[in-house]
Design a protein around this ligand. Structure first.
Ligand code: RP5
Length: 164
């Protein structure tokens, strides 16, 4: 099995139904990844260990999803120089706004590239774009993906106008 290039981690297995979209996106581009559940609060030792060893294990990007007081992405970013993409997860009484603020409002020096609440697809795409900087074949696939999106919008326009 190839060495994973992207690590997808999440605070709870209850996050997986949404986070799965990041995995699906990576899969559709043929990017190897691994998936782990760990928490900045419930399993802080595991989170530290994961971040501290990620670079040596060959990962290039880490996607970290967490909800509520979402510290996972920030804690991971504190212990690695790899780029970290945070997914604030919806849920709880504040519906993800708490996780959004916790993830995006990192102090200077420790960036976390934060996508929209629950937007695991964008997290996957951003990871692919980061890998694409040094991977022309992946960039080709990204170009094809964008072309496909444009074609879908054009087709929707044609369909809409034909129905008038
Ligand atoms: C966070 O708390 C997790 O990332 C999840 O979004 C939320 C709720 O977790 P569970 O109580 O469902 O395990 O740490």
């Amino acid at each position: 099995m190839a060495t994973p290039r992207v690590g997808i981690i999440m605070g709870s297995d209850s996050d997986w139904p949404m986070v799965q979209k990041a995995a699906d996106t990576l899969k559709s581009f043929g990017v190897e990844f691994e998936v782990r559940v760990m928490s900045a609060h419930r399993t802080p030792e595991e989170a530290f260990e994961y971040a501290a060893t990620a670079e040596a294990r060959g990962l290039t990007v880490i996607i970290a999803a967490a909800g509520l007081a979402a510290h996972l992405a920030g804690v991971i970013a504190a212990h690695t120089v790899l780029p970290v993409i945070g997914i604030p997860m919806a849920g709880g009484p504040l519906n993800g706004v708490d996780a959004l603020y916790s993830t995006v409002q990192m102090p200077s020096g420790i960036p976390v590239a934060t996508v929209g609440i629950g937007n695991a697809t964008n997290a996957g795409l951003l990871a692919i774009q980061i890998l694409g900087v040094a991977d022309p074949a992946l960039r080709e696939k990204l170009h094809a993906y964008k072309t496909g999106m444009k074609e879908k919008v054009r087709a929707a326009n044609d369909k809409l106008n034909a129905s008038l």
